[in-house]
Design a protein around this ligand. Structure first.
Ligand code: PHE
Length: 359
């Protein structure tokens, strides 16, 4: 048995292997379970002790040598591949930047900026609150006590609680109304704020998604009335939809945190999936509103004998659908690049009243 020939054969094969797969073939042929070296090892049992000792030792040396050669070649091949990549993927960081203009502003962000511009012009400043809210701010302070049926109607997402913790769980806020309380606590009356933000409810169909956007409005002063609310909303819609004819319908309604309460629908048409505002025979509900309930003012530390005013909560996604003719709410949140390129806005086109809201 000439181990020298066998050695040379495999060392040469290793050197010639041009890739990982070829190397593996060599390994299997030599050292695999049915490989040549393994087969030789299997013959040791039939030898006499002296010969077995000598041959065994030589076979082990040979096995280690081939194994080392395989590893070295593998590393060399990987280094060469990396060199190749580094050569082809180099980048000249001194080249001037070229704009690719791939990103667009999402219609929700655009509408958010548009409505902020309009309300800012009417003297409203922007307020914020947390999306994970205590149930006191989301419900109790808004005159929705624990047993009140409105709690069920809100399809609330509750945060998990630690084992044995019996305090009421925090919730994902179901509306932006808790920001009314937070703003009044922080600043007192008089106040005029809007609070755009994300809200959450367990609901999903063509006009509902589990996360959506609302903008809360709150105006508290000595003598604010329903008439101010109506003017404010009509003025907003004319400005926002950029059409002369906008028709709103105020429907008597009920919210625990306002008295009296009204829901507002807007007239639109849907012809072949194309939504149009100010015409047609359909109505879309876009907001809830009313005069802030005295108990809500009291809960926020404001004296209801001295102060009064209105609040509203408007669906940002809804008014975005209507303004930009988007028939399915779910498309907003699917992150489909083709959709975003079609409905998205240029980042340089910042909405403002002087320059026009949208072009
Ligand atoms: N929070 C109410 C809702 O989400 C809307 C609303 C806000 C109603 C303010 C009245 C006053 O449905």
């Amino acid at each position: 048995m000439d181990l020298g020939d066998i050695r040379n054969k495999y060392i040469e094969a290793v050197a010639k292997a041009s890739g990982e797969a070829a190397l593996e073939d060599v390994r299997v042929a030599a050292l695999g379970k049915k490989g040549e070296i393994s087969a030789l090892m299997a013959t040791l049992g039939k030898m006499d002790p002296e010969e077995r000792k000598a041959t065994g030792a030589r076979l082990n040396v040979l096995k280690d040598e081939i194994d080392a050669a395989l590893r070295a070649r593998k590393t060399a091949l990987a280094d060469a591949a990396l060199d190749e990549r580094l050569k082809s993927e180099w980048l000249d960081v001194t080249l001037p930047g070229r704009p690719r203009r791939q990103g667009t502003i999402h219609p929700i962000s655009q509408v958010w900026d548009e409505l902020t511009a309009i309300f800012a012009d009417m003297g409203f400043s922007v307020a914020e609150g947390p999306q994970v809210e205590s149930d006191w701010y989301n419900f109790d302070a808004l005159n929705i006590p624990p047993e009140h049926p409105a709690r069920q109607e809100h399809d609330t997402f509750f945060m998990a609680r630690a084992e044995g913790d019996n305090r009421p769980p925090h919730v994902l806020r179901t509306h932006t109304s808790p920001v009314q309380i937070r703003s009044l606590q922080a600043n007192g009356a008089p106040i005029r704020i809007i609070a755009p933000g994300r809200v959450y409810r367990m609901d999903m169909d063509q006009t509902h998604t589990p996360m959506f956007h609302q903008v809360e409005g709150l105006a508290i002063d000595r003598d604010i009335s329903m008439a101010n609310l109506k003017w404010c909303l009509e003025e907003f819609c004319r400005s926002f939809f950029e059409v002369d004819r906008v028709e709103l319908r105020f429907r008597a309604s009920h919210f625990p945190f306002t008295e009296p309460s009204a829901e507002v629908d807007i007239r639109y048409s849907n012809v072949g999936g194309q939504l149009r505002i100010g015409e047609g025979d359909k109505w879309m509900e876009i907001l809830g509103s009313g005069m802030v309930h005295p108990k809500v003012l009291a809960a926020a530390g404001v004296d209801p004998e001295q102060w009064q005013g209105f609040a509203f909560g408007m669906g940002i996604d809804r008014i975005a659908m209507l303004k930009y003719g988007i028939p399915d709410l779910r498309a907003f949140f699917e992150a489909d690049l083709r959709w975003l390129r079609h409905y998205g806005f240029s980042a340089l086109d910042v909405p403002g009243l002087p320059g026009g809201l949208s072009r």
